[in-house]
Design a binder for this molecule. Structure first.
Ligand code: ADP
Length: 477
């Protein structure tokens, strides 16, 4: 009678202890997840707090459980797909030497190579497995660290086995596995396992979030460096070029002045013209070089998603007229005729980056000039079609085959067999001009296109939406 009461008291005591442990565990869990949440908050405040990892969460679980169950050791494993390879997340109760041994036994070992098929099936069915390693040894020989009685609890998440809790007690103290783990301890282990699975999921998600934040920061840093590079490259490349170009223009002006005085100072005009010609060529090549640098920098901006339009309300009539005038005035148009047809409206209002739209039209014009004979005129027109403004550039060059038309807007594409008028300038064509034009127009929600019959020239066009959907007189702007 007295013995029964004593046993009952002992059992109550252990149950109470188990529930107290469970409560302690829940508190500890709350602190783990709080720590994880705070990590995220602190990062936004730029306070460097080490992020909680699966390893730290696993280690906390192993320690808490070992305290609650008083085992020889407790280990927590994640099971990685596809073949449930074990990955040690935390361990408590073993010496560093023994931990190393356990790690080499288990790490990257599929669970099926460790415990038998029956135990495996039980774990998958979310049941706790009690193992007497003498009766049911490991599938392959492993070190047991003197602990014969094992309790293996599954960590299930959304019906999937994601990890394990392994508790070990040394054999000397208990006659069999049943007496090693009381029903209360088994119930407690089940509870712990459920909580652990939740925490592991939460920590995994937080870890993924932290990793995503880290890579986002990395990306921002590399974008910043890229932008720095772009502005430095743009400045460093342009500054010396501008100086050299200025000096060449100065030399050219001086030669022209000398030519005018040729008779007076007995300088032969022939000799002066021999100097003038290379200076002119140098300037033409400077323009090409400038264009290539501009295209390469724009291309880099597009790749880095840093190609930004400075849109303002503007008059497309002015943009088109300016681009045509500029092209007419450039030194290398060799007296080419460029016709311009404007609409009756004085104002064709668009919300646009005027410089960039000018660039598109200049590019179309430069191509028309490059690829068509100089004696054939180029026709530019601006028309208004409903809510759209359309700008076209028509040349009477070789035209473009239907196959090439499909690829003409792609970066680096150069239609095979189409040659520039001046072979010397062929090397300066990067096949980027039309690609950049398309980007610019699409960043204005417009469209680009080409119509061409090979042998009969080509018409390049782009459309832009009218601002307020209306055109008008100058005063209406
Ligand atoms: P590029 O700098 O090489 O001219 P673009 O992107 O401006 O680069 O043009 C791509 C290719 O399209 C050119 O290499 C040329 O083969 C073809 N092309 C462009 N404009 C014309 C045109 N007006 N007539 C014939 N072919 C053209």
């Amino acid at each position: 009678m007295f013995r029964d009461a004593a046993t009952q008291y002992q059992q109550d005591e252990r149950t109470l202890q188990a529930f107290t442990s469970l409560l302690t565990l829940v508190e500890a869990l709350a602190s783990i997840t709080d720590q994880a949440e705070n990590t995220t908050c602190s990062e936004t405040e730029n306070v460097p707090v080490p992020p909680i990892t699966l390893a730290t969460a696993g280690q906390s679980f192993a320690e808490i459980t070992n305290r609650a169950l008083n085992c020889t050791y407790v280990a927590v494993f994640a099971l990685d797909p596809p073949d449930e390879r074990q990955r040690l997340l935390g361990i408590d109760g073993l010496s560093p030497q023994e931990i190393k041994q356990l790690q080499s036994d288990t790490d990257q070992t599929p669970l099926a190579n460790y415990i038998d098929a029956e135990a495996l099936a039980q774990l998958h069915a979310n049941q706790i497995v009690a193992l007497d390693l003498k009766a049911r040894p490991f599938v392959t020989t492993r070190s047991t660290h003197g602990a014969r009685f094992r309790l293996v609890a599954p960590l299930m998440l959304h019906g999937r086995l994601i990890g394990l809790f392994t508790m070990a007690k040394i054999d000397g103290k208990y006659p069999d596995v049943q007496s090693a783990y009381s029903p209360a301890e088994i119930a407690l282990t089940k509870g712990i396992a459920r909580l652990a699975a939740q925490v592991i999921e939460k920590v995994s998600l937080l870890q993924e979030k932290a990793e995503a934040q880290a890579s986002e920061q990395k990306l921002q840093e590399s974008t910043r460096r890229y932008e720095d590079f772009l502005s430095t490259a743009s400045h460093e490349l342009r500054t010396p070029l501008t100086t050299i170009k200025g000096n060449v223009q100065l030399a050219q002006r001086r030669v022209l002045a000398l030519e005018k005085q040729a008779d007076q100072n007995s300088l032969s005009i022939d000799k002066l013209q021999r100097v003038e010609h290379p200076l002119k060529e140098t300037l033409l090549n400077f323009d090409r070089l400038e264009r290539m640098i501009r295209e390469l920098l724009d291309f880099s901006r597009i790749q880095a998603h840093k190609f930004v339009m400075q849109k303002r309300s503007c008059n497309l009539v002015e943009i088109v007229s300016r681009a045509v005038d500029e092209t007419r005035q450039t030194t290398d148009t060799c007296g080419r005729t460029i016709f311009l047809a404007l609409p009756a409206e004085e104002v064709v209002p668009v919300i646009a980056d005027a410089d960039r739209i000018n660039e598109v039209l200049s590019n179309y014009l430069s191509n028309a000039h490059k690829y068509s004979p100089v004696e054939r005129p180029i026709m530019v027109s601006l028309t208004v079609e409903g809510l759209l403004a359309r700008v076209t550039v028509r040349d009477k060059g070789p035209g473009i085959s239907p196959t090439d038309q499909e690829h003409i807007w792609e970066r680096f594409y150069r239609a095979p067999g189409i040659e520039t008028r001046e072979q010397s300038s062929a090397n300066s064509n990067l096949g980027l001009g039309l690609y950049i034009c398309k980007e610019i127009i699409e960043l204005h929600q417009g469209c680009v296109g080409i119509e061409s019959v090979p042998g009969h020239g080509a018409t390049f066009w782009f459309t832009l939406e009218l601002a307020n959907g209306a055109c008008g007189q100058e005063s209406a702007q």
